[in-house]
Design a protein around this ligand. Structure first.
Ligand code: FAD
Length: 122
């Protein structure tokens, strides 16, 4: 469609970016070493300055100041990302996502095997 050739609006950009962020968290090291933790902290800090939606980036910086990213473990980062996304969901009047389902949604796929490509990204 023509839309696919248009620059993304904040919705399209947001969906694509959450896909990236949650998937990155889903494949983060189970126990990150100091160097990996530092790199992830600086990635997220830089991200919060350059995300190309001004009000979104500003909200993210506020959230990160209140709740610094948990970069020690994969599970911690995945949960932090889920809570951060939920803070945006609340801001936009959307339902909160059940963070116990984050691995199913972004890494493993549902247990009925319908997503046969799950884990292809590794
Ligand atoms: P999205 O919110 O994009 O979610 C995509 C999919 O992620 C959902 O279908 C669901 O399966 C899953 N999901 C939903 N919540 C969670 C969760 N908590 N944890 C894990 N998975 C989840 N828009 C604004 O208008 N104002 C803002 O201030 C704003 N800030 C943003 C900040 C960031 C860092 C990002 C990446 C986006 C921001 N957006 C903002 C965009 C907004 O979050 C949505 O991406 C956009 O409104 C499209 O929403 P959507 O309903 O398609 O689903």
């Amino acid at each position: 469609t023509a839309d696919a050739e248009c620059p993304p609006d904040s919705q399209v950009l947001g969906r694509a970016t959450w896909t990236f962020l949650h998937t990155m968290a889903a494949y983060y090291p189970e126990a990150a070493d100091d160097r990996q933790q530092g790199m992830m902290r600086s990635l997220l800090t830089s991200f919060s300055h350059f995300y190309p939606c001004g009000r979104c980036a500003s909200h993210l910086r506020e959230e990160m100041a209140k709740h610094p990213p948990q970069v020690e473990t994969r599970a911690g980062l995945a949960q932090w990302m889920c809570r951060t996304h939920n803070s945006v969901n609340v801001l936009l009047g959307k339902d909160e996502f059940d963070c116990t389902k984050v691995d199913e949604r972004w890494r493993d796929g549902p247990s009925d095997g319908r997503c046969s490509w799950a884990q292809d990204v590794e």
